[in-house]
Design a protein around this ligand. Structure first.
Ligand code: UDP
Ligand code: MG
Length: 322
C-alpha cells in the first residue's frame, strides 16, 4: 500500500495560535503510516502569521503544500479549492485546529479499502463547544433533514475521506456558495461513517461566528430544498382567511371599531409578508450569484506543487477529467 497517496486538505483562517501544533502532529502522524501523504493547506485570507508559519514548515518538508486565496472566501470554498489541488487516491478533509483527530484517518482508510468511496466522521461527542453551538447545530441538522431533498447523515461535519472518483464528481458541481457536506451526500456513491470523539480546539477561537453559521445554514437549505418557497404560498392563507372573517364580522355586526383585531391581523400579515420576501430573496440571491458567473474564488499563489500546477488563478482554468 506504500504506493497509495492520501491527500489531506486543511482550510486555514487566522490559525496562528495552533497551526504549528497541527503541522507537527500531522507530520508525526504521517511518518508512522505506510501510505504516502500530502498535506494541502488552503489559506483563506488569513490576516495573522498562519501563512508565514506554514511556509516555514513547507521549506523543510516536501509533504506540505500551500494554496493561498487572495482574500477570505469562506471555509466551504477553501475546502473546494483544496480538493482541486489534490492528487491522492483518497482525500481527507479536516479542520486545521486538530478538532478532527488524525488517529481516525486509518479507520477511514480501512473502510475505503473495504469498498466505500465516502467515509464520514460522525461525532459522538463534541468537546469544548458552547451549549449554544451544540444546540443550534443539532436544530439545524434536524430541520435540514425535514426540508432537504437529500438524506444527509446526522452529526457529521466536513471531516471525511473521499475516493478520487468521488472527488472528481464533486468538483463538477459548480455552485457558487457550496454546502459541501450536502453536495457529498448528493453525489451518492457507497457511503459509510466512522464514529469519533470531536476534540476541543487546540488553540485560538472558533472562526465560525454566528453570521457565518447563519450563512452556512441558509446556503445549505436554499441549495437542497424548495420547501421554504412553498411556505410562502401557505402564508397567504392567513391574511386571506382573516380578510374573509373580518368582512363577515363587519356585515354581521355593523361594528366598524374592532381596531385591535385589525391591527393584530395586519401586523401578523406584515410579518409573514416580509418573511416571504426574505425567503424569495435568499433564493433569488443564489440565482443572481450563479448568473454573475464570477470565479468562485481566487488563488493568489501556490507553493510546494509541481511546476504544472503553478499559476492557476481560478477553478475553471483547471480541466477535470472523468
Ligand atoms: N475556516 C476557513 N475560513 C473561514 C472560517 C474558518 O478556512 O472563513 C477554517 C478554520 O481555520 C478551520 C475550519 O475552517 O480550520 C473550521 O473552522 P472552525 O474550526 O473555526 O469552526 P468550528 O470547528 O468551530 O465549527
Ligand atoms: Mg474547528
Amino acid at each position: 500500500m506504500k504506493n497509495q497517496l492520501i491527500s489531506i486538505v486543511l482550510p486555514v483562517f487566522n490559525e496562528e495560535a495552533g497551526i504549528q501544533a497541527t503541522i507537527d502532529t500531522l507530520l508525526n502522524y504521517i511518518e508512522q503510516q505506510e501510505e504516502n501523504y500530502e498535506l494541502i493547506f488552503v489559506d483563506d485570507g488569513s490576516k495573522d502569521k498562519s501563512v508565514e508559519i506554514i511556509k516555514r514548515a513547507l521549506a523543510q518538508n516536501d509533504h506540505i503544500k500551500l494554496v493561498e486565496f487572495s482574500r477570505n472566501f469562506g471555509h466551504q470554498l477553501a475546502i473546494t479549492a483544496g480538493l482541486e489541488y489534490t492528487k491522492g487516491d483518497a482525500v481527507v478533509v479536516m479542520d486545521a485546529d486538530l478538532q478532527d483527530p488524525p488517529e481516525v484517518i486509518p479507520q477511514m482508510i480501512k473502510k475505503w479499502r473495504e469498498g466505500y468511496q465516502i467515509v464520514y466522521g460522525k461525532r459522538m461527542q463534541r468537546d469544548g463547544e458552547t451549549i449554544f453551538k451544540k444546540f443550534t447545530a443539532k436544530m439545524f441538522y434536524r430541520t435540514f433533514q425535514k426540508l432537504a431533498t437529500i438524506n444527509m447523515p446526522l452529526d457529521t461535519g466536513d471531516f471525511r475521506l473521499m475516493d478520487r472518483r468521488a472527488v472528481q464528481q464533486l468538483l463538477k458541481l459548480h455552485e457558487k456558495d457550496p454546502f459541501v457536506r450536502g453536495q457529498v451526500t448528493w453525489i451518492g456513491f457507497k457511503q459509510t461513517s466512522v464514529l469519533y470523539h470531536r476534540q476541543e480546539r487546540i488553540a485560538g477561537e472558533t472562526k465560525y461566528p454566528l453570521s457565518k453559521m447563519i450563512k452556512l445554514a441558509v446556503d445549505g437549505i436554499t441549495s437542497f430544498s424548495m420547501k421554504p418557497l412553498h411556505f410562502v404560498n401557505l402564508f397567504s392563507v392567513v391574511p386571506l382567511t382573516s380578510g374573509v372573517f373580518s368582512l363577515g364580522y363587519l356585515i354581521a355586526t355593523s361594528n366598524y371599531s374592532f381596531a385591535s383585531i385589525g391591527i393584530t391581523v395586519l401586523l401578523f400579515t406584515l410579518g409573514l409578508l416580509m418573511l416571504s420576501i426574505g425567503i424569495l430573496g435568499s433564493y433569488l440571491g443564489r440565482v443572481l450569484d450563479q448568473v454573475n458567473n464570477r470565479p468562485r474564488f481566487i488563488v493568489s499563489k501556490t507553493e510546494g506543487f509541481e511546476e504544472r500546477n503553478k499559476g492557476i488563478h481560478h477553478f475553471s482554468a483547471r480541466q477535470i477529467n472523468n
